[in-house]
Design a protein around this ligand. Structure first.
Ligand code: XMP
Length: 515
């Protein structure tokens, strides 16, 4: 059993609401280890001393839809405190024989809640019994016999209720628009569930290092380093636990960003003092990519070659374990993929098959963390800000940004132009506000003019997007003067480019990377 899995916890049952992850995040920020589980988990699985409270999330469904998600009703008999939020509250009301009316009068946005100050859920809140709360529901709980009604609004006669240690709120305490929402969750976690404060970044780091020590014993670990924050954090945690028995493998596939190899080797080898095996495989990758034009074929060639190289290096090191930087959304994504719902990010990862192929046991120290928790752990571990705040970069590297065949010339253009995009965004203060920013190059040629001479050259497309976890993305409305500086520098400084365009399509229907 790992340190995290032996912790007291609160579980959030996910009915598919847009704020389910946010509830988990808020509870963790309040200091309690919290996990998201599927809505249909059997009550037996929750019967544990470790589970101190259960939260039922919102949902896009109405309780009256024939296929609306229902939890195991025995969850309400476990004598573990429950908090239903929005749909979760309606579901409790429905299961307890209340009247939930299909929304004739929906309530969206801000509403004024009149609450009972004597209720434990609203303990310590002296707002004169009134609060601005955030509503987003179609159905309304009309009547719930046997419950204390502890809050109402002009549209919701039962906006908050209690039946013994089961609570329901029609509004969303987890969103910032609800005044004192954190206090309401705090009351539930600490006053009603009696949780202990067990989730801080410092305690996570301490427990995880102990955990790795136990798991690895006197074994050896390998870790593939990409220069990204997830693998970096994983490697440093493992290194803190077992020192030099961790070896990191860093492969230069010839598709890295400008200066990336030097930066990774300096940061991890020299500054953080990890043992790094560097493999210069540029020629092998570029030779294998010759003549390959189809995006999926390119990804396949790169993925396979990477696995072969990694495998050969790991064998030399006689490792017992492979450390991987899987994070919480990756796991949720792959679980969803397994249940037939769409997955996007995880399918891109190139090393999924590695542990089985190598007969290595897997360590995933940051598997319970969200991205910004990873950033906080990285900061705690002393990983430099340049790595922490860096934009994500795909496994297939610049090949994902080169349309058609990967040639030396297109690689040079893509690398130089991307570097200019990054530099100009940093200079203008935009870099840290956007999700990703880079340049794309393909085979089309456009006419340019230099002095009196006309000449043909490449078209570079600049792509800058904002996104939440890459599932959807919008192009960033950069000021014209920033775009102008980028365009001027690319045409002046990158040989062979005559035109610069800006990609203005969003995801969907486009993807972030062109290939
Ligand atoms: P797309 O292009 O599908 O990309 O919208 C979504 C996000 O995933 C990144 N990406 C990858 N990451 N290996 C990775 O680790 C890959 O093969 C890969 N392909 C795309 C992409 O940069 C974006 O952030």
């Amino acid at each position: 059993m790992t340190e995290q899995s032996s912790k007291d916890r609160v579980v959030v049952l996910d009915f598919g609401g847009q704020y389910s992850h946010l509830i988990v995040r808020r509870c963790r920020d309040l200091g309690v280890y919290t996990e998201l589980l599927p809505f249909d988990v059997p009550a037996e699985d929750l019967k544990s001393e470790r589970i101190k409270g259960i939260i039922l999330s919102g949902s896009p469904f109405s309780i009256h839809d024939p296929d609306s998600p229902r939890c195991d009703p025995r969850i309400l008999e476990l004598d573990i405190p429950v908090l239903g939020i929005c749909y979760g509250a309606q579901l409790i009301a429905y299961l307890k024989g209340g009247v939930v009316e299909a929304g004739r009068k929906s309530e969206f946005g801000r509403a004024e809640l009149f609450f009972n100050r004597d209720s434990a859920l609203f303990h310590g809140m002296n707002e004169g019994g009134r609060l601005n709360v955030w509503m987003s529901h179609g159905d309304v709980i009309r009547k719930l016999d046997g419950a204390d009604i502890i809050g109402y609004t002009s549209n919701s006669p039962v906006a908050a209720f209690r039946i013994s240690n089961i609570y329901g709120v029609q509004f969303h305490p987890e969103v910032h628009h609800t005044d004192k929402g954190d206090r309401i969750l705090w009351n539930f976690l600490y006053r009603i569930c009696g949780c202990e404060r067990n989730w801080t970044i410092e305690s996570f780091v301490r427990d995880t290092i102990d955990d790795i020590k136990h798991q690895v014993g006197d074994g050896r670990v390998v870790c593939g380093l990409s220069g990204g924050i997830d693998s970096a954090t994983t490697a440093v945690l493992v290194n803190r636990a077992i020192g030099d028995r961790l070896t990191c493998i860093f492969v230069d596939n010839g598709l890295l960003r400008k200066g990336e190899k030097e930066e990774v080797l300096k940061t991890f080898g020299t500054d953080l003092k990890l043992r790094v095996v560097f493999v210069d495989a540029r020629e092998r990758f570029l030779n294998r990519l010759r003549g390959v034009k189809d995006p999926e074929d390119k990804r396949k060639v790169i993925g396979e070659l990477f696995i072969n190289i990694f495998e050969a290096e790991a064998k030399k090191l006689k490792a017992d374990f492979l450390a991987q930087g899987t994070i919480y959304p990756d796991r949720i994504e792959s679980a969803r993929a397994g249940s037939g719902k769409a997955s996007c990010i995880k399918s891109h990862h190139n090393v999924g098959a590695l542990p089985e192929k190598l007969g290595l046991r897997l360590i995933e120290p940051i598997r319970d963390l969200y991205k910004d928790e990873v950033r906080r752990v990285a900061k705690e571990l002393g990983i430099p800000q340049t790595i922490i705040n860096r934009h994500p970069f795909p496994g297939p590297g610049l090949a994902a940004r080169i349309i058609g065949e990967v040639t030396e010339e297109k690689l040079r253009i893509c690398r130089e132009a991307s570097h200019i995009v990054e530099e100009e965004l940093k200079r203008s203060g935009w870099y840290y506000k956007v999700w990703q920013a880079f340049a794309v190059v393909g085979d089309d040629l456009a006419t340019g003019v230099m002095g009196d001479a006309r000449r043909l050259g490449r078209i570079v497309t600049v792509r800058v997007v904002e996104s939440r976890e890459a599932m959807t993305a919008d192009f960033v409305k950069l000021p014209y003067d920033v775009l102008e500086d980028i365009s001027r520098r690319i045409t002046n400084e990158v040989r062979g480019v005559t035109w610069v365009t800006y990609a203005i399509s969003s995801k969907p229907p486009s993807t972030i990377e062109p290939c």
